[in-house]
Design a protein around this ligand. Structure first.
Ligand SMILES: N[C@@H](CCC(=O)N[C@@H](CS)C(=O)NCC(=O)O)C(=O)O
Length: 320
């Protein structure tokens, strides 16, 4: 299945319009429904499907939480090819890549086909993750921060007790998590994109300086600690981790975030990152560096016109 109408202004990242000052502004996600009791979308077996890219940090949040909560059987996942081109994210039937898959529901060619199936007049970006409802053939939600909140609680009646007990947004820590998320999102998660996609020197510097100020602040928070908030793994860790694991392999070079590296400049962040990677399979199994590096260096020709993918750093993640 493919959509023939020209949607290249929505799908082709090289046609992305910058702000007048040369800065990058991320558009808000559009599908924002929740899976909840008594609502339009009830928690059910064999009803929902997740579409993601291993390359995408936002999508990787959902992969990690899906595993932490033991939702693998309840919510199957499909992985797209990392080559996000003029039509957006392709499935393996139009772009074979090791680890990429075909859309098992509709044999779509691209993620944009799903968006147009959900809403033929959709005018936003064709981003991943996409949480799909097989019953109503529509998108429930395409905003990772909300998908992980749903995964945290919505399916608790359908999963084993030990998995239902996993709580990445505990009531006692919510205020602290929310306030941390806010500045981490703006200056770190989105900060690397703001730096990398800037097309003016001033806009780049206005992003890269606060990014490293926030890393300095995070280094202090994580010194002598295994987790950001309290002494428990929360969504604050997950949301930061997906950016930090990509930092040395991609953001230092491709997005010019090179005031320091994580491995040489931030010992506490580095140790926190490696412990989660090596000791918790939900993190390691959700991370595919082939997809990550190929995606960024290939998919942003305005940043890297040659599409050459650097060999280093070696290794992608240092041992503990
Ligand atoms: N706010 C969204 C952002 C998702 C997002 O921007 N994903 C990127 C990949 S890392 C994407 O699919 N971009 C495609 C595009 O903008 O054309 C979320 O957190 O889910």
């Amino acid at each position: 299945m493919s959509t023939k109408k020209d949607a290249s202004l929505q799908s082709d990242i090289t046609k992305f319009r910058h702000e007048p000052d040369g800065s990058f502004r991320r558009a808000p996600s559009v599908f924002r429904s929740f899976i909840e009791k008594g609502g339009q979308f009830e928690a059910e077996k064999d009803r929902y499907h997740l579409f993601v890219s291993y390359a995408c940090p936002w999508a990787t949040r959902t992969l990690i939480v899906r595993k932490l909560k033991g939702l693998e059987d309840l919510i199957p996942v499909t992985i797209v090819s990392p080559h996000m081109g003029t039509e957006g994210w392709p499935f393996a039937n139009v772009d074979e890549f090791p680890g990429a898959e075909v859309d098992p529901l509709y044999s779509s060619e691209h993620i944009k086909d799903l968006y147009f199936k959900a809403d033929p007049n959709y005018s936003g970006r064709f981003s991943v993750p996409v949480l799909w409802d097989k019953k109503n053939h529509t998108i429930v939600n395409n905003e990772s921060s909300e998908i992980i909140r749903m995964f945290n609680t919505a399916f608790n009646d359908l999963i084993p007790k030990d998995k239902a007990a996993v709580d990445i947004y505990p009531a006692a820590h919510r205020a602290e998590i929310d306030s941390l998320n806010e500045w981490v999102y703006d200056t770190v998660n989105n900060g690397v994109y703001k730096a990398g996609f800037s097309i003016k020197q001033q806009a780049y510097e206005a992003a890269v300086v606060p990014l490293f100020q926030s890393l300095d602040r995070l280094e202090k928070i994580l010194t002598g600690k295994d987790y950001l908030v309290g002494d428990v793994l929360t969504e604050a860790d997950i949301r930061l981790w997906v950016t930090i694991i990509r930092f040395d392999p991609v953001y230092v070079g491709h997005f010019k975030c090179n005031l320091r590296t994580i491995r040489n400049g931030y010992p506490a962040i580095h140790s926190w990152m490696r412990k989660l990677y090596w000791n918790n399979s939900a993190f390691k199994d959700s991370t595919n560096f082939e997809h990550i590096k190929t995606h960024y260096y290939w998919s942003h020709p305005s940043v890297n016109p040659t599409r050459v993918v650097p060999v280093g750093p070696i290794p992608n993640v240092e041992d503990l």
